[in-house]
Design a protein around this ligand. Structure first.
Ligand code: SAM
Ligand code: SF4
Length: 487
């Protein structure tokens, strides 16, 4: 009998952790002979890597699952799987709202996906693989039930082979009152530095030039070797720095209270360390921070910003904000506006508070800020941030920056291959677009900044490879990634 190639579709919603989870799941299924397709209805196995951070992200997945119900009815052999945060948090709810789902696999059980797909195909019985809830056992057993999923990497699964995420830490123990992550991703665990070094070396051998080390509170990374030795993030970065063909090392996301001087000194001293720190503050008001249980005051956050800028001259700093958190008065919000005016973040990711069942905030505080007020505060904060971005970007006009070329911009994707609009990033994580050739992808080039918008720097690349800059500068949009929706 002719054996048809097995096909797989995956849709990813959420953060870098989820992007990496999808890359690794796809890699493990490809090793079983699956081929990736771009339409769910063309696939034997349809997977969703899900996000629970805000309600909107969950509803997106439920809508996509709902649209697939008729397809599943007509093609009962198709396997539909829900992976990741929603699976871990709401296994029963997923099957109640989408009974045609065959597999529900939590963040700490992704290694089992190939085996579970085969089991569904063999038995047609729905399969569940979940880790323990945070209060379902002792610390050791709960921790052990969340396994870091780190199989061999597959360069062809990444948007570009020269950039890769490396998970150095799983889980989170901070328990901010609004956040589901400690539930969906389990206790904080740092991976062994030797394993991380081996992974980075393998990535480098496959042509990777930029690694982004990821963790929910990446700067609290610490590995205790059990003999009195401890590897901190700064130690890990300096070991990765020794890998010759790695050119850039980034890390996200930082927790303000854990921003130590040894890390800042490493970022300053190590030329490959990207001079960019994402350190979310969430609010500019002490009372709100207290209700969020963020463990720092605005004064200590300001002190940290000062220390970052003093120790790493020229560093770019970005933040996340939640607007409309429970009890956020106009006065509290005004303090957030003041902080954004003053702090000069490179950029800010602003979210409207979304109450999450099961979190402390959902139990303790009413979600009392009306949606229109959340929207207005979101827009007001964005306006201040955009004005800061424009000022920052304009101050860079005339400067020469080193750009790692990522690929065609969205505008460039609509242009024929060859000379088109390309996008890249500087050592301070600023986005630069310029007219360039496809063969520049993956190279680091000097570009002179000639124009600026709030979102983008427009540059001229200093290279003999560009004939002339006859394309017009247009607003850049991020490079599109197959099947990925960032919320
Ligand atoms: N670990 C990171 C940290 O502490 O900053 C971020 C993790 S979280 C997935 C990313 C961002 O989502 C947070 O920084 C916060 O701004 C936002 N977020 C988390 N829970 C939220 C909620 N319930 N409603 C709205 N935004 C939320
Ligand atoms: Fe969520 Fe807070 Fe942990 Fe970040 S530090 S993942 S916001 S609980």
């Amino acid at each position: 009998m002719h054996d048809r190639t097995k096909t797989l579709f995956i849709e990813t919603v959420g953060c870098q952790m989820n992007v990496l989870d999808s890359e690794l799941v796809v890699g493990s299924l490809r090793r079983q002979g699956y081929e990736l397709v771009h339409e769910p209805t063309a696939a034997d196995v349809i997977l969703f890597t899900t996000c629970s951070v805000r309600e909107h992200a969950e509803e997106k997945t439920y809508s996509a699952l709902g649209r697939l119900a008729p397809h599943k009815k007509a093609n009962p052999d198709t396997v539909i799987g829900v992976l990741g945060c929603m699976a871990q948090k709401d296994q029963e709810e997923v099957r109640r709202r989408a009974p045609h789902v065959d597999m529900v696999v939590g963040t700490g059980q992704l290694a089992r996906v190939p085996e579970l797909v085969a089991e569904v195909q063999r038995t047609r019985v729905p399969q569940y693989a979940l880790s323990l809830g945070r209060s379902d056992g002792g610390k050791q057993s709960v921790t052990a039930s969340f396994e870091s999923f780190d199989p061999p990497r597959d360069a062809s699964m990444r948007p570009t082979p020269f950039q890769a995420f490396v998970r150095i830490q799983i889980g989170c123990d901070k328990f901010c009152t609004y956040c589901v992550v400690p539930t969906t991703r389990g206790p904080e665990q740092s991976r062994h530095p030797d394993h991380l070094l081996a992974e980075c070396r393998q990535l480098a051998n496959e042509g990777c030039k930029e690694v982004t080390l990821i963790g929910q509170t990446v700067n609290s990374y610490a590995f205790d070797h059990g003999d009195g030795r401890r590897t901190r993030l700064s130690d890990l970065i300096s070991r990765i720095h020794d890998i010759e063909s790695i050119e850039r090392i980034k890390f996200v996301t930082n927790f303000p209270k854990d921003m130590t001087n040894d890390l800042l000194d490493a970022v300053r001293e190590l030329p490959k360390a990207v001079k960019y720190l994402h350190v979310p503050v969430q609010s500019g008001c002490d009372e709100v921070l207290k209700r969020m249980k963020r463990q720092y005051s605005i004064d200590s956050y300001r002190e940290m910003l000062y220390r970052c800028r003093e120790r790493v001259p020229g560093v770019a700093i970005s933040s996340d904000f939640i607007v409309g958190f429970c009890g956020e008065s106009e006065e509290s919000f005004g303090k957030t506006m003041d902080l954004v005016r003053e702090a000069k973040f490179k950029n800010s990711f602003i979210f409207k508070y979304s109450t999450r069942p099961g979190t402390k905030a959902d139990d303790l505080y009413p979600d009392d800020i009306p949606e229109e007020v959340k929207k207005r505060r979101n827009n007001d904060l964005l306006q201040v941030q955009n004005a800061n971005c424009l000022e920052d970007h304009k101050s860079r006009i005339g400067h020469t920056v080193e750009v790692l070329v990522e690929g065609p911009s969205k505008v460039g994707e609509r242009q024929p291959p060859g000379l088109r609009q390309m996008i890249g990033r500087t050592m301070t994580d600023h986005i630069v677009v310029f007219d360039g050739h496809d063969r520049l992808v993956g190279r680091t080039l000097s570009a002179k900044v000639k124009e600026a918008s709030p979102f983008t720097l427009f540059g001229d690349v200093k290279t003999g490879e560009i004939a002339s800059g006859d394309l017009v500068a247009r607003e850049a949009e991020p490079v599109r990634r197959v099947g990925l929706t960032i919320i």
